[in-house]
Design a protein around this ligand. Structure first.
Ligand SMILES: Nc1ncnc2c1ncn2[C@@H]1O[C@H](COP(=O)(O)OP(=O)(O)O)[C@@H](O)[C@H]1O
Ligand SMILES: [Mg+2]
Length: 180
């Protein structure tokens, strides 16, 4: 299938299952908390999820509870780049252009990619080789070309073996955690 068709298919399916998937989302979160890299990492790069994506709010709260630092990206639509900033509370965020909560740069510390210990990469779909389809901006493909640390994606099992060809600029994630 074409990437665009897959985005549409996945978004529609996520919307339909949104209110019936709490148990699976909890299991995905638990599988992250049991992961050794999560456990060891002090600085977590993660996005603030937006419905109907798998929620990351609980993950951010858990990271803070464990004494980890949380960094979230600010997107620059002009060149489709991203920079991560540490946030200590949601008061340091604002709604962006895309409808996603982003850091308020004046209130936050900016990080270089190599200061992130673990990057949780959002994605709509993955193929068997671990390549991902995002929302179509290519933001993570660009960021991953200058980030060399570990990456984990969170997804329902059905999102992890969709059939598409990766393109030359697409980047892989190291590991996908599902509800199983
Ligand atoms: N490292 C990069 N440098 C320049 N352009 C890139 C890079 N990575 C992706 N792009 C561009 O971003 C656009 C969106 O990429 P795509 O892979 O379709 O989106 P997504 O990964 O968000 O699903 C494409 O036009 C692609 O050429
Ligand atoms: Mg891509």
């Amino acid at each position: 299938m074409e990437k665009q068709e897959i985005r549409k298919y996945v978004l529609e399916k996520l919307q339909k299952m949104e209110h019936s998937s709490d148990k699976q989302v909890k299991q995905i979160h638990q599988n992250l908390y049991f992961n050794k890299i999560w456990y060891k990492s002090l600085v977590i790069g993660i996005t603030m999820s937006k419905s109907p994506e798998i929620s990351t709010k609980e993950i951010i709260t858990e990271a803070w509870r464990m004494g980890k630092k949380v960094a979230i990206p600010k997107c620059n639509p002009t060149d489709k780049s991203m920079e991560f900033y540490i946030i200590n509370s949601v008061d340091q965020t604002e709604l962006s252009f895309y409808g996603v909560l982003e850091p308020i740069p004046d209130l936050c510390e900016r990080l270089n990619p190599n200061q992130i210990d673990l990057l949780i990469v959002p994605g709509l779909a993955f193929n068997r080789n671990g390549y991902r389809i995002g929302f179509g901006g290519g933001y993570y493909d660009r960021f991953l070309s200058r980030y060399y640390g570990p990456t984990i994606a969170l997804a329902y099992e059905w999102q992890t073996d969709l059939d598409f060809y990766e393109e030359i600029h697409d980047k892989k994630v190291d590991c996908i955690l599902t509800e199983f």
